[in-house]
Design a protein around this ligand. Structure first.
Ligand code: NAD
Ligand code: MG
Length: 392
């Protein structure tokens, strides 16, 4: 469980708890929340616990020792990579947020695990490298992102040979449109982090909540879908569906459209990916179609959501461009959450970073990480300039 203390991590542990006969957590990891991970260790009794931060790892180690619990505590990225490749771990839930999840997810891929992928940023950054690693090792990659899990469920078979070869014309990637779908445009600049983090339909971590509000989340998901389903960007149509009941659809050349529906609760895709090809109880209440009553669909407004346009442009450019987009976005979102940047400047920082950092073929992880670092530096510089201007 990479990212055990997060929103996806906790939902996953809830599903596991319902099926103690089938699943046992071998390792739990977190960034720096010592107390949270300690509690989870008490409850789930893994063999390993990893804290990325060294001091936090030391604190956790002492807490566990005092409580007389024999769990091995590791630290750093090396600790994450080690547990992601443990021989006794069959499945790896990749639920770290952002670029920090890339290396441990890749370690799981190289070790041939069943990877339950929530950490979309990993695939956005290193799509080809990630997919090649999965193919080479014989790992299994199951999407947990609700839309991609829905698409996976609606696909006839592997899309190795491209979508056309399996009779698929389009992927219809649904999006709620986030909390500001109908907010007057002139209000957007003054949006506070709390407003951006309160999503109408989903409860999620702060970073993905802001990404949903800018629709960068959907942009990252377009890129994620290109890699997972061997699709061209033009084969992916984003559909605004404010009810978030249809989690995505697949349109076939014969006119059929298959959809996966359900209550907006991540335990459904998590349970699906855990048990696939079987089905298990997830704890999610059954969908009441009469309570939902209606479905609406809209075309996304790219003027309102420039991040979605930038993501399409980045995947069309290819190479390290999506990694640059992702890195700039991570920095800009953090600055917005820290109240250093207005909401509408997130897309401006991303766009300006893309103009300043040139992309290249993503032929190695080192190349991806180099451009990721340049983009972060550039984005920070831009934010500094913007702050200076707004003070002047
Ligand atoms: P979160 O912020 O709630 O949790 C993040 C987890 O990652 C925590 O356990 C944290 O300790 C760990 N973490 C943070 N920074 C780290 C670092 N530098 N090194 C190692 N670990 C670190 O996030 P979340 O909402 O659970 O999202 C996790 C991932 O799943 C994201 O990539 C997100 O896009 C994706 N996802 C989330 C949802 C959702 O409903 N929350 C849905 C679809 C996809
Ligand atoms: Mg999603």
């Amino acid at each position: 469980m990479l990212g055990a203390t997060g929103s996806i991590g906790v939902s996953t542990l809830e599903v596991i708890k319902r099926h103690e006969d089938r699943f046992h957590a071998v390792a739990l990891t977190a960034n720096s929340q010592v107390e949270r991970l300690f509690e989870l260790c008490l409850e789930f009794r893994p063999e390993y616990a990893v804290m990325v931060d060294d001091d936090s790892a030391q604190q956790l180690h002492e807490r566990l020792k005092l409580a007389d619990i024999g769990i091995e505590v590791l630290s750093g990225i090396a600790g994450l990579e080690q547990v992601a490749a443990l021989p006794q771990a069959d499945y790896v839930m990749a639920a770290i947020v952002g670029a920090a999840g890339l290396e441990p997810a890749l370690a799981a891929a190289a070790a041939g695990k069943r990877i339950l992928l929530a950490n979309k940023e990993a695939l956005v950054m290193s799509g080809r490298i990630f997919m090649d690693t999965v193919r080479k090792s014989g790992a299994e990659l199951l999407p947990v992102d609700s839309e991609h899990n829905a698409i996976f469920q609606c696909m006839p078979s592997s899309a190795e040979g491209g979508l056309a070869a399996i009779g698929v014309s389009h992927i219809l990637l649904t999006a709620s449109g986030g909390p500001f779908r109908t907010t007057p445009m002139e209000r957007l600049a003054g949006i506070a982090p709390e407003e951006a983090c309160s999503h109408p339909n989903w409860v999620m971590g702060r970073k993905i909540s802001v990404d949903s509000a800018t629709m960068m989340n959907k942009g990252l998901e377009v890129i994620e879908a290109c890699w997972l389903f061997n699709a061209e960007p033009d084969q992916i149509q984003v559909v605004i569906h404010p009810q978030s009941i249809i989690h995505s659809m697949v349109q076939y050349t014969d006119g059929s459209v298959l959809a996966q529906l359900g209550n907006p609760d991540m335990r459904t895709p998590i349970a699906h990916a855990l048990a696939w090809p079987e089905r298990i109880d997830s704890g999610v209440p059954p969908l009441d179609l009469f309570a939902v009553a209606r479905f609406d669909f809209e075309i996304p407004d790219l003027a309102r959501f420039p991040c979605l346009r930038l993501a399409y442009e980045a995947i069309r450019t290819g190479g390290t461009c999506p990694a640059i987009l992702n890195a700039a976005n991570e920095i800009a979102v953090q600055a917005f959450l820290d109240r250093q940047l207005p909401f509408t400047a997130i897309s401006e920082v991303v766009e300006a970073t893309l103009e300043r950092v040139s992309s290249r073929p993503a032929e190695s992880l080192a190349a991806v990480l180099r451009d990721d670092a340049s983009a972060r530096q550039q984005a920070l510089q831009l934010i500094g300039q913007m702050e200076g201007q707004s003070r002047a």
